[in-house]
Design a protein around this ligand. Sequence first.
Ligand code: SF4
Length: 404
Amino acid sequence: MHKASTIREDGLYHSFCGLVSVGWLYQKIKDSFFLILGTHTCAHLLQNTLGVMIFARPRFAVSLLEEADLSSSQPDISAQIEEIKREHHPSVIFLLSSCTPEVMKVEFEGLAASVSTPEVPVLFVPASGLDYTFSQSEDSVLQALIPFCPPAPPEDKRVVFLGSVNDAIADDFSLEAARLGIPVAGFLPASHFHELPPIGPGTIIAPLQPYLHKTATQLRNERGCTVLSSLFPFGPDGTRRFWEDLAAQFGMKVDLSDREAAAWERIKRHTDLLRGKKIFFASDTLMELPLARFLKACGAEVVECSTPYINRRFHAAELAALDGVRLVEQANFHRQLRTIAETKPDLIISNIITTNPLVGQGVVAKWGTEYCFLPIHGWAGVNALVTSFTRALERHSKLDPLGS
Ligand code: SF4
């Protein structure tokens, strides 16, 4: 397989804290509770980014560390854990680390173990903004769940879809698998803690999200399962490859060229708009590779695709499909500004720090973080995916009809 060459620069690994992943995970795992051991900074971040959920009695909270707590060797969270159990009756509690206690060397594994019970496990999840980019803390949550997936015997050959997607998209994947005759063991994460799928040497792990390589690698190493190497199921091209490669794992040869052609036909008005447009990725969610590959298939010119981290094995198929595109890891923002000035992209997918300043300079820029929340997977997600790009372009052309 031919691989695209990549450039590594010296920029930020991440710019947006991974703690925010609780915003989608607590809704996905419906009997979970997320407790963050953090400071006022973490609480402000969550209140600002997830503020609207505060009124909906969310199943997440910040156990606030004050200066006095940091002088003791180990904080005591037993009272909070009891209150959470009393008030919310969760089946599992995730204990998320944050920057300050990590710097202070709080021993999180021991802390979680000290309040964990067989009835309600408390699982440590490394998630601080020091180590993980925005989407990677989901990877940490799923790793913590692996020991609770029942073992499956070698003859149990079924697929487990890896990555949290909303219930409508999950239903779409279950239905498509049934249509193709692919047996499904479940999803990781499942909607409830006690519904985690059995995983063993016969399991095919099919990753739905491009930022879960730690979980996929651990499952391969510890359970001996096969991790599907394919495109991620974004767009008609990625979705077709994903299902054809998955079917091949079960000894089936399926041809979804008609489904792909029909999906492209349905979004033709949008691909006509994207064709020839110059797109620049300066975002930091680890979703950049499949999104750039989809835009390339739409006929857009991907001027640069930068991303915090590329895993040569987990991202192999996407890298092959991006041959010829300039791929940059940990891009230097000042160099990017010069490239943007030279190449004048029509649309920049950027991160939380840089989107507003770029928009302020008259550039059409879109916040890449939202791709972690959008239902853009599989056949059902094609329209949401393509319109997320064209809406930004169309909105700008309506506001600026002279294109100045
Ligand atoms: Fe900020 Fe670190 Fe707390 Fe995240 S974990 S909100 S980066 S202090």
